[in-house]
Write a protein that binds this ligand. Structure first.
Ligand SMILES: *[C@@H]1O[C@H](CO)[C@@H](O)[C@H](O)[C@H]1NC(C)=O
Ligand SMILES: *[C@@H]1O[C@H](CO)[C@@H](O)[C@H](O)[C@H]1NC(C)=O
Ligand SMILES: *[C@@H]1O[C@H](CO)[C@@H](O)[C@H](O)[C@H]1NC(C)=O
Ligand SMILES: *[C@@H]1O[C@H](CO)[C@@H](O)[C@H](O)[C@H]1NC(C)=O
Ligand SMILES: *[C@@H]1O[C@H](CO)[C@@H](O)[C@H](O)[C@H]1NC(C)=O
Ligand SMILES: *[C@@H]1O[C@H](CO)[C@@H](O)[C@H](O)[C@H]1NC(C)=O
Ligand SMILES: *[C@@H]1O[C@H](CO)[C@@H](O)[C@H](O)[C@H]1NC(C)=O
Ligand SMILES: *[C@@H]1O[C@H](CO)[C@@H](O)[C@H](O)[C@H]1NC(C)=O
Ligand SMILES: *[C@@H]1O[C@H](CO)[C@@H](O)[C@H](O)[C@H]1NC(C)=O
Ligand SMILES: *[C@@H]1O[C@H](CO)[C@@H](O)[C@H](O)[C@H]1NC(C)=O
Ligand SMILES: *[C@@H]1O[C@H](CO)[C@@H](O)[C@H](O)[C@H]1NC(C)=O
Length: 336
C-alpha cells in the first residue's frame, strides 16, 4: 500500500496558534536553536472541580468554564474548538486524566502530549462512537504511517468517568483505561526508535469539530461524519489530571543537538546541567532502568529535518489526524 501525505496546514502554524505567546513552540529544535522548555520536574494533581489551574494556558479563542464535573470544553453552535495546554514540560512521565468525552457526530475529544519537534502521543474520542477510543502516536513529525492507531473498547465514555493514562518511558509507552493496559508500544517497534516519541512534552486537552462543514472530506469521514452544530452544546469534561514528570527537580529541558534523540536532551537545574545518561538513573518508571541499556545504542535514531510543512488553514485542535482513505487505496495524514 502506498502512503501519501496530505498536509493541510503548517505544523509550525498549528503550534504557534495553539500556544500563542510561548515562543519556544515556534521553533523546531531539529533544525533550529530553540529556547529551552520549562520543566515540571515533579508530580502534580489538578482538580478542575476547583476551577482554573495556573498549570495550564488556554489556546487563543478558548474560553473555559468550570463546574462540578471539572473543566468544561464546550463546543457551542459556532463550532469554536476549546484547548488548554500545560505551561511546563515533562521528560518521560505518567499522566492520568479523568474524562468524559463529548457526544455528537464528528466531535473529537482529545488528550494529547506533544513535543517541540512534534513527537506526539494521543487519546482521541469520536463523539459518534460511545464504545471505543483511539490511541495514536507520531515521532518527529513523521506522518507517513498508516497503521499506528488502535481503537480499544471502552464502556460508555461519554456518560461514565474513566481514567485514561499514558505511561511514557524511554523504553515503552503504555495506554491504560482505569488501570487496565490496552496498548503497549516498545521503542524498537516504532521504526527502531526513530518514530518513538522521546522528547520533552506538554499535555493538551481539547474538544474540536472534526465534522465541520469546512473540514477536509477525509477528516469528516475519520471523525465519523458531518457534525450538526444545531444540536450543540457538545461538552467534554475533565474532572482532574495527575501529571508525573519522571525527571525530577530539573528546571528546564533543552535539545543538545538536532537528532531529536532522548539521549541528546539536556536536563538543566539551577546549579548544573546534565544529559540523559545521568538522568536515566533518576528517571524512574517501569522499564526505564532496563531502557538505559536496551536503548543506549539508539542514538542513531535519525531524524528527518526535511519533513514537510505546507500551506495554512484552521489549526485549533490539539493533535493530528491520521486515517486511511480507503477509497483512494492510500493512507493519508492530515494536519489541520
Ligand atoms: C465504533 O468503533 C468500533 C471500533 O472501530 C466499531 O466496531 C463500531 O461499529 C463503531 N460504532 C459506531 C456507532 O460507529
Ligand atoms: C516515517 O515512518 C515510516 C514508517 O511509518 C518510515 O517508513 C519512514 O522511513 C519514516 N520517515 C522518516 C523520514 O524517518
Ligand atoms: C478524579 O476523578 C475521578 C472521577 O470522578 C475519580 O475517580 C478520581 O478519584 C479523581 N482523582 C483524583 C486524583 O482526584
Ligand atoms: C542539580 O543537579 C545536581 C546533579 O547534577 C544535583 O547534585 C543537585 O542537587 C541538583 N539541584 C537541585 C536543586 O535539584
Ligand atoms: C528533589 O527536590 C526535593 C526538594 O528539594 C528533594 O527533597 C528531593 O530529594 C529531590 N529529588 C531528587 C531526585 O533530587
Ligand atoms: C531557579 O532559579 C530561579 C531564578 O533564580 C528561581 O526563581 C527558581 O525558584 C529556582 N528553581 C529552583 C528549583 O531552585
Ligand atoms: C552524556 O553524559 C555522559 C556521561 O557523563 C557522557 O559520556 C556523554 O558523552 C554525554 N553525552 C552528550 C551528548 O553530551
Ligand atoms: C510499575 O508496574 C507495577 C506493576 O506492574 C505497578 O504497580 C507500578 O505502579 C508501576 N509503576 C509506575 C511508575 O508506573
Ligand atoms: C516491561 O517490559 C517487559 C519486557 O521487556 C514487558 O513484558 C512488560 O509488559 C513491560 N511493562 C510495561 C508496563 O510496559
Ligand atoms: C542504529 O545503529 C545500529 C548499530 O550501529 C544498527 O544496527 C541499527 O540498524 C541502526 N538503526 C537505525 C535506525 O539506523
Ligand atoms: C524547520 O522544520 C520545520 C518543520 O519541518 C519547517 O516548517 C521550518 O521551515 C524549518 N525551519 C528551517 C529554518 O529550516
Amino acid at each position: 500500500m502506498r502512503s501519501q501525505i496530505l498536509s493541510l496546514a503548517a505544523t509550525a502554524l498549528t503550534l504557534s496558534q495553539l500556544v500563542a505567546g510561548q515562543t519556544s513552540t515556534d521553533c523546531n529544535p531539529l533544525n533550529s536553536t530553540c529556547p529551552s522548555d520549562t520543566a515540571l520536574g515533579k508530580t502534580i494533581t489538578v482538580d478542575f472541580t476547583q476551577g482554573e489551574s495556573s498549570e495550564f494556558s488556554a489556546d487563543t479563542g478558548t474560553t473555559m468554564t468550570y463546574g462540578t464535573n471539572g473543566a468544561e470544553f464546550i463546543i457551542s453552535s459556532d463550532g469554536t474548538a476549546k484547548t488548554i495546554i500545560t505551561n511546563n514540560y515533562i521528560f518521560f512521565g505518567k499522566v492520568s486524566v479523568a474524562l468524559r468525552a463529548a457526544k455528537g457526530t464528528g466531535i473529537i475529544s482529545s488528550f494529547v502530549m506533544e513535543s517541540d519537534d512534534l513527537d506526539e502521543i494521543d487519546w482521541e474520542w469520536l463523539g459518534g462512537n460511545s464504545t471505543m477510543v483511539e490511541t495514536n502516536y507520531f515521532g518527529k513529525d513523521n506522518t507517513t504511517s498508516y497503521d499506528r492507531s488502535t481503537s480499544p473498547a471502552v464502556s460508555d465514555p461519554q456518560d461514565t468517568w474513566h481514567i485514561y493514562t499514558i505511561d511514557w518511558t524511554s523504553a515503552s509507552i503504555t495506554w491504560s483505561i482505569d488501570s487496565v493496559l490496552v496498548r503497549t508500544l516498545y521503542y524498537a517497534d516504532a521504526l527502531d526508535g526513530a518514530n518513538f516519541p522521546q522528547t520533552p512534552m506538554r499535555i493538551k486537552l481539547g474538544n474540536w469539530v472534526g465534522g465541520a462543514a469546512d473540514e477536509n472530506e477525509g477528516t469528516i469521514e475519520w471523525a465519523g461524519g458531518s457534525s450538526d452544530l444545531t444540536q450543540a452544546p457538545f461538552t467534554m469534561y475533565v474532572k482532574n489530571i495527575t501529571i508525573q514528570d519522571y525527571t525530577t527537580n530539573g528546571t528546564s529541558y533543552s535539545y543538545g543537538d538536532m537528532t531529536g534523540s532522548y539521549e541528546s536532551i539536556i536536563i538543566n537545574n539551577n546549579s548544573t546541567s546534565t544529559n540523559t545518561s545521568y538522568s536515566a538513573g533518576q528517571t524512574v518508571g517501569n522499564n526505564s532502568s532496563s531502557s538505559a541499556s536496551s536503548t543506549s545504542s539508539s542514538s542513531n535514531s535519525s531524524s528527518s529535518s526535511s519533513s514537510v510543512a505546507v500551506s495554512s488553514g484552521r489549526s485549533n485542535q490539539p493533535g493530528r489526524v491520521l486515517f486511511e482513505l480507503l477509497g483512494l487505496g492510500c493512507a493519508a495524514s492530515l494536519f489541520l
